[in-house]
Design a binder for this molecule. Sequence first.
Ligand code: PBG
Length: 331
Amino acid sequence: MLNNLFPKVRPRRLRKNKTIRDLVSETKLFKSKLIQPLFVSDSNSQKIEIEAMPGQYVHTKETLFKEVDELLNLGIKTIALFPNISKNLKDSNGTEALNPENFLCGLVSELKNKFPELILITDVALDPYTDSGHDGIIIGGEVDNDETLKSLESMSLNLAHSGSDIIAPSDMMDGRVGIIRKALEAENLKNTIILSYSAKYASNFYGPFRDAVGSKQTQGISKDSYQMDKRNLEEALKEARLDLNEGADILMVKPGMPYLDVIREISSNTDAPIFAYQVSGEYSMLQLGIDKKIFKHNVIPETLISLFRAGSSSVITYYAKWVAENYDDIS
Ligand code: PBG
């Protein structure tokens, strides 16, 4: 039937040259929509390249400040900051997360003092602080939901009081967004934004991240008992609706490219902004392929565009800086 429309309709008319293609393009990459994740160690004396993520580093405090300065000059104004905490500060309950003067809280307030225009996202989950690498407290061989909530509540308050603009619960405990929102309101932190990792799948693509923050699991419990089942889409919508009802401002889908359908589903069915996280393993795949000359760098914008096309409002990507350095106008 469509054939009968030819030659009245010729889609190629709109692909004739770049100017025309730009006029009719539906999606565009802006660096103002990219967020750079950064890793920082509380104890290393120099920055260390992450083996599985060539070109990404675990920073020291000093190199982190330099990196943030460079990012701001390049127009990347938002970072997601992940600490690598010394082993001697880890324990089974992640107690150090509850210390309002811990390394990360101090760093957040120093960063905000030095760079007031920087937007800082910090993760709410216990994994940097537990010796198990789990996001919560283990009781009776399980990551206990309600006991963990108590810790997440005080961790959130610490991070918000330190100056995090956006706190991002990435733990996948039930009910955490509601508890955190209530606690923030009670302490008059009414402008702290909650970016909820709503659809965080139990993914095999987080491995390089866990190396970078030192949260590789050492115990037999799998994150499958709290992160989402890869086979489910409807459930992502359920999580998204719950989080919005509990007071989330922004929803996250994670990983990115293997879950484009999830981004589309949530963005079509809610009115909240969706952020996608192009995670560590996605970066490693691309970067190792580029380093081996299997692909060129032009695969990078292609993957990012796919996340925006699916309905993301912003993307957290280890390539944020690279994009800002290499493109003025990306389309
Ligand atoms: C911690 C957390 C993880 C990531 C972000 N926050 C790992 C995990 O859940 O084990 C992964 C990010 C990435 O792979 O880039 N809760």
